[in-house]
Design a protein around this ligand. Structure first.
Ligand SMILES: [Zn+2]
Ligand SMILES: [Zn+2]
Length: 321
């Protein structure tokens, strides 16, 4: 929804040189890049993109996933929840708005300048604060996504316990639908290349290809262009085959974000050739369709992996207490 999108402050930095930080001396690079990186505005696929990703992911779950999660009622609820975290951006809820805003993106250039990404949110935040910076400038995407996925896995484990004990599973089913829908939002954000970079809304720094510096590209691409041109059947057709995630979920998710980040320049190239105006071009429509399909595929794989891994026996933390 265009009304929700708040343009960032104009870029006023100068003399910026984008170079690879050295392993031993990232601090100067980091400080410089933070000074010129615009503050992060409201950022997400629009309503339609998020709804599409959530619905397609759940539609693609295999039949060994319980039917309550694949029913039409579940699909409608999970689709509705696609844009849910964007409903938490109102000035009427200022504390929530401020706390959750960084969970929609990560500026990988800034995060990587601080060293390998730790798996735990608080360790990363401690590192950010120690560098004299704030998490809201860098983003917390992979931590939020991993934590919500783990909530989903815990709820699915509870579902298995209740079902095995012949107890009422309806209450936990409701929780699971919420976790799936909530998770879908962030995984969807992660397939939008401009959610992974300091180049999130207008090119900053050296600009030899003369990419747009206007702070319109982000919303133009993910909002009105998607709404007008991208349709669910084409996105569904581009989804990859089901592939459960066996390794570490945080690492797999960061790999997915890094893959999205490889498309940042392509977004700018397409914008430069008018690809996000009106009906765009065959190339820009295919590109955008593939990005949404990547989000839906990853979300489906993550939900399925949570289901499979929820079968693992874990020690009861309260046993003997
Ligand atoms: Zn978002
Ligand atoms: Zn966005």
């Amino acid at each position: 929804m265009a009304a929700r999108f708040q343009p960032a402050q104009p870029y006023t930095g100068s003399m910026f040189r984008l170079g690879l930080p050295s392993r031993t001396g990232p601090t100067a690079f980091f400080v410089l890049i933070c000074l010129i990186a615009p503050p992060s505005a409201a950022r997400a696929w629009g309503n339609n993109g998020h709804r599409m990703i959530n619905r397609l992911a759940v539609s693609g779950l295999p039949t060994d996933v319980p039917t309550f999660l694949r029913s039409e009622t579940a699909l409608n609820e999970i689709e509705y929840l696609g844009p849910e975290p964007d409903r938490w951006r109102s000035p009427a809820e200022p504390e929530l708005n401020a706390a959750q805003a960084p969970e929609h993106f990560i500026n990988l250039e800034l995060a990587d300048a601080l060293g390998p990404l730790p798996h735990r949110r608080l360790l990363f935040e401690a590192r950010v604060f120690a560098a004299g910076e704030l998490p809201e400038k860098i983003g917390l995407q992979p931590w939020q996504t991993t934590e919500v996925w783990e909530r989903l896995k815990a709820a699915l484990r509870e579902y298995r316990h209740l079902a095995a004990a012949n107890q009422d599973t309806h209450p936990v089913e409701q929780a699971i639908l919420f976790y799936v829908g909530w998770l879908g939002h962030y995984v969807g954000d992660g397939s939008q290349p401009l959610h992974t970079t300091i180049q999130y809304n207008g090119w900053i720094g050296p600009n030899p290809h003369d990419y747009t510096t206007s702070q319109k590209i982000h919303w133009q691409f993910e909002g009105p262009f998607v709404d007008a041109n991208i349709h669910m059947p084409e996105v569904q057709a581009k989804m990859s085959p089901l592939q459960p995630i066996h390794g570490d979920i945080f690492d797999a998710y960061v790999d997915y974000l890094r893959h999205s980040a490889t498309y940042v320049e392509e977004v700018y190239q397409l914008e430069k050739s008018g690809g996000f105006v009106g009906a765009g071009s065959a190339e820009s429509r295919a590109f955008t369709t593939e990005r949404l399909a990547d989000g839906a595929s990853m979300l489906r794989n993550m939900i399925y992996s949570a289901w499979l891994q929820s079968a693992q026996i874990v020690p009861d933390p309260y046993a003997g207490k």
